[in-house]
Design a protein around this ligand. Structure first.
Ligand code: NAD
Length: 299
C-alpha cells in the first residue's frame, strides 16, 4: 500500500490522518504543534521529526494547513518540500486557500513532474472524524483520479470541480452561500422570537416551507432548537467565526479578481466582522451570529 505523509494535524487534519490509518495506510505525520503530533502518534501515525523527514519515501503527501502562506512556506522556495519530493509523488492540499495560491503550488509541482491537486473540504470537524467529508478537487483528471482512493478513506463525496484552483473556487462559493443563509436564518428566527414565537415551532414551520435551508435544518443557530449542534453547547466547537471570516475574505478577493457582483457576500463578511470584533467571538462557532440579533434579557 502507498505510504502517506500528512502535514497539519489540527481539528481537521488530526481525524483525517486517523481515518487513513484506519483504512490500513502507513501514515507518517508532522505538525509544528507537539500536542497535535502526539495525538496523531496515539492514533497510529508514525512520528515525523520535521516535514522533510515525514515526506521521506512517501508516495503521497497530504496537507491540511490554516492559510495560503502556511501552504506556500511549506512547499515552495529553495527549502520548500517540493525540492525534497520524488517526481512520482502525488501532493493533495486540502487546506482552504486562495485559488491563485493553489494554482501557484500546482504549477510549481508540475515543473518538477510532481502531480498536485487542490482538494478543500466541506463538512467540518464532525465529518472529518466520521470520514464523511466532501472534497472539491481542482487539477487535471489524471491527478484527481490518482487522489480518489486516499480521499475516499476520509470522505463520502469527491467532486472534480475543474482545472487547478477550481476546488478552491467551489469551496468559497459554497461558504459564501453558507454565511448568507446562516445570517438569514438567524435574522428570521429572531424576528419570530421577538414576536412571541417559539423558535422550535418556527423552525418546524420554515423547514416544511419555502424558507427551508441547511442552516435551519442541520445546524440551527438558535440555542435549544436542536441537540448536538454548537448553538446548544454555548457555540463551542464547530466552524470558528475566524475561519468563516477567512473564507469570506477569499470570496471577496476572488470576486474582485473577476469583477463579480457579490453584494450579499460583502454584507455577510461585514456582519461577521462586526460579530467577530472580539477574540472570544472569533473562536465561537459561526452560528453564534445569532447573538448579533438577540436582545439582552429583559428587553
Ligand atoms: P487548525 O488550526 O486546527 O489546524 C492547523 C494545524 O496546522 C495546526 O495544528 C498547526 O500547528 C499546523 N501547522 C501550521 N503550519 C504548519 C506547518 N508549516 N507545518 C506543520 N504544521 C503546521 O485548523 P483546522 O480547523 O484543522 O483547519 C485546517 C484547514 O481546513 C483550514 O484551511 C480551514 O480553513 C479548513 N477547514 C476547516 C474546517 C473546520 O470546521 N475546522 C472545515 C472546512 C475546512
Amino acid at each position: 500500500m502507498e505510504k502517506i505523509a500528512f502535514i497539519g494535524l489540527g481539528n481537521m487534519g488530526g481525524p483525517m490522518a486517523a481515518n487513513l490509518v484506519g483504512s490500513g495506510y502507513s501514515v507518517t505525520a508532522f505538525d509544528l504543534s507537539a500536542p497535535a503530533l502526539e495525538q496523531a502518534v496515539a492514533n497510529g501515525c508514525g512520528r515525523g521529526e520535521s516535514a522533510e523527514q515525514a515526506v521521506h519515501g512517501a508516495d503521497v503527501v497530504i496537507s491540511m494547513l490554516p492559510s495560503g502562506d502556511a501552504v506556500k512556506s511549506l512547499y515552495l522556495g529553495a527549502r520548500g518540500l517540493l525540492q525534497a519530493l520524488d517526481a512520482h509523488t502525488l501532493v493533495i492540499d486540502c487546506s482552504t486557500i486562495s485559488a491563485n495560491d493553489a494554482r501557484q503550488l500546482i504549477a510549481a509541482a508540475g515543473e518538477r513532474d510532481i502531480r498536485a491537486v487542490d482538494a478543500p473540504v466541506s463538512g467540518g470537524t464532525a465529518a472529518a472524524a466520521a470520514g464523511t467529508l466532501s472534497f472539491m478537487c481542482g487539477g487535471d483528471a489524471g491527478s484527481v483520479d490518482a487522489a480518489r482512493p486516499f480521499l475516499k478513506a476520509m470522505g463520502a463525496n469527491i467532486f472534480h470541480a475543474g482545472p487547478a484552483g477550481s476546488g478552491q473556487v467551489a469551496k468559497i462559493c459554497n461558504n459564501m452561500l453558507l454565511a448568507i443563509h446562516m445570517i438569514g436564518t438567524a435574522e428570521a428566527l429572531q424576528l419570530g422570537v421577538d414576536n412571541g414565537l417559539d423558535p422550535k415551532v418556527l423552525s418546524d414551520i420554515m423547514k416544511a416551507s419555502s424558507g427551508g435551508n441547511w442552516s435551519l435544518e442541520k445546524y440551527n443557530p438558535y440555542p435549544g432548537v436542536m441537540e448536538n449542534v454548537p448553538a446548544s453547547n454555548s457555540y463551542a466547537g464547530g466552524f470558528a467565526v475566524a475561519l468563516m471570516l477567512k473564507d469570506l475574505g477569499l470570496a471577496m478577493d476572488t470576486a474582485a479578481g473577476s469583477a463579480s457582483s457579490t453584494p450579499l457576500g460583502a454584507l455577510a463578511k461585514n456582519l461577521y466582522q462586526l460579530h467577530g470584533g472580539t477574540e472570544e467571538n472569533c473562536r465561537l462557532d459561526f452560528s453564534s451570529i445569532q447573538n448579533l440579533f438577540r436582545r439582552p434579557a429583559g428587553d
